[in-house]
Design a protein around this ligand. Structure first.
Ligand code: ICS
Length: 476
């Protein structure tokens, strides 16, 4: 065992000391220290995708969040009904920054919150009739909406409403797909099952239902880019520049038609593996469409990915890719020259959903920064295995960490930057530790592609090197 691994292990042992015996035993399994052997083999023993322990703070969301908020919500030309009491729709309204082009109320409904606003009588007598009335109302008010999804909240499942029957009846009556999604929040252990359920409903209700007017040899689909702060746009530019035709975006700035024509794609490009690997594999099984993962965070990974994508096509695309890389290289070098001296050696800790805790590492490293600890809220075993190769000897990896876990580690590791979500942000401000929101990009972005790296580098610099950190000392 190297000294670094030993030090990290001692830190985790010390951290766990605070927990009662049973909790300690449970939480212990959610940590792993990367060492040469595991980095090499990718073998991860960390426990993941299991129920959070009651009583410890977790950062996770629910199945409804994974379906309505993540997968279905960004499909812009549909109405997504938050079906149940008003709170779930209200509190998830506009909280994820999935940008979309179009005219509000005409061909873009993403900024709206439509709810069936369950009352006591709906719980007692059932809400199916109300749901039907709501679907008719939606059709009347927004005749151009291309479909409706019914995003079930917990009580809908508890009272046993038959939203499938409503979906069928309304699809026939209204002439647009009305898709029931059983994403009640109580299902599963995190938003992750919501992704899966949403993927399954796309498979059952939309996949393969539309025709692409004209097929081409360079047709690809972007799968698992939600256009947070314009990420999918910054990615699409590059794919088009190398000569590919993006026929669909899943689901940031996407439409139901794009979902329905993706079976005509020649190669599916997966950015967020965690939330959409199900569709990539389904499209492969059913239509034989190959897929590959890529990573557009930071120039090193973007360049690697562009080459790997181009390798699936002919020499024209491969030459284009080299030309595009050369075109941006100078600009990327200049950004690195400018920011790297200001960020070199800075220690970063991350805790993010199911993908970015590994995908953003390269972007930090391009700036000379070092990830000392990272982990996910709801990732699965395969995500952890993919993460190990991105780590260094002694890096701490955690699953579903508690508030105490991350505060303890950020203090002991004496980090220079924390990257997490809004629930952590203000705690870290109060601790006097520079912080960036790695979900919403702190209302900045995009961070994908070459355009995104410019913004990313500047944001990390302003966060860390802001003079405010010298003006205050946390009193504790
Ligand atoms: Fe995928 Mo926040 Fe994505 Fe990932 Fe997913 Fe969520 Fe966000 Fe985070 C997501 S789909 S909402 S890349 S856009 S559920 S930032 S796994 S937790 S790391």
């Amino acid at each position: 065992m190297s000294t670094k691994v030993e030090e990290s292990q001692a830190l985790i042992d010390e951290l766990l000391e605070v927990y009662p015996e049973k909790t300690k035993k449970f939480r212990k399994k959610h940590f792993q220290i990367a060492d040469e052997e595991t980095i090499e083999s990718g073998k991860c023993s960390i426990k993941s995708n299991i129920k959070s322990r009651p009583g410890v703070m977790t950062i996770r969301g629910c199945a409804y969040a994974g379906s309505k908020g993540v997968v279905w919500g960004p499909i812009k030309d549909m109405i997504h009904i938050s079906h149940g009491p008003v709170g779930c729709g209200q509190y998830s309204w506009g909280t994820r920054r999935n940008y979309a082009n179009g005219k509000l109320g005409i061909n873009n409904f993403t900024a709206m919150q439509i709810t069936s606003d369950f009352q006591e009588r709906d719980i007692v007598f059932g809400g199916d009739k109300k749901l039907e009335a709501l679907c008719r109302e939606v059709k009347e008010m927004f005749p151009l909406a291309k479909g409706i999804s019914i995003q079930s909240e917990c009580p809908v499942g508890l009272i046993g409403d038959d939203i499938e029957a409503v979906g069928k009846k309304m699809t026939n009556e209204l002439g647009i797909p009305v898709i029931p999604v059983r994403c009640e929040g109580f299902r599963g252990v995190s938003q992750s099952l919501g992704h899966h359920i949403a993927n399954d409903t796309i498979r059952d209700h939309v996949m393969g239902t539309r025709e692409l007017a004209e097929s081409g040899p360079y047709d690809v689909a972007i799968i698992g880019d939600y256009n947070i702060g314009g990420d999918a746009w910054a990615s699409r530019i590059l794919l088009e520049e190398i000569g590919l035709r993006v026929i669909a975006q899943w689901s940031g700035d996407g439409s139901i038609n794009e979902l329905g024509i993706t079976h005509k794609s020649k190669l599916n490009l997966i950015h967020c593996y965690r939330s959409m690997n199900y569709m990539a594999t389904t499209l492969e099984e059913k239509y034989g469409i190959p897929w590959m993962e890529y990573n557009f965070f930071g120039p090193t990974k973007t360049i690697e990915s562009l080459r790997a994508i181009a390798a699936h096509f002919d020499e024209t695309i491969q030459e284009n890719a080299e030309r595009v890389i050369a075109k941006y290289q100078l600009e990327m070098d200049e950004i690195i020259q400018k920011y790297r001296p200001r960020l070199e050696g800075k220690k970063v800790m991350l805790i993010i959903g199911g993908l970015r805790a590994r995908h953003t590492i390269g972007a930090y490293e391009d700036l000379g920064m070092k990830i000392v600890a990272t982990g996910y809220e709801f990732a699965h075993k395969d995500d952890y295995e993919k993460t190990l190769s991105e780590l260094h000897d002694g890096t701490i990896l955690y699953d579903d960490p508690t508030a105490y876990d991350i505060e303890f580690l950020s203090d002991k590791l004496d980090i220079d930057l924390m990257g997490a979500g809004v629930k952590e942000k203000y705690v870290y401000h109060k601790l006097g530790i520079p912080f960036r929101q790695m979900h919403s990009w702190d209302y900045s972005g995009p961070y994908h592609g070459f355009d995104g790296f410019k913004v990313f580098a500047k944001d990390m610099d302003t966060a860390i090197n802001s003079p405010v950190w010298d003006l205050l000392a946390a009193p504790y």
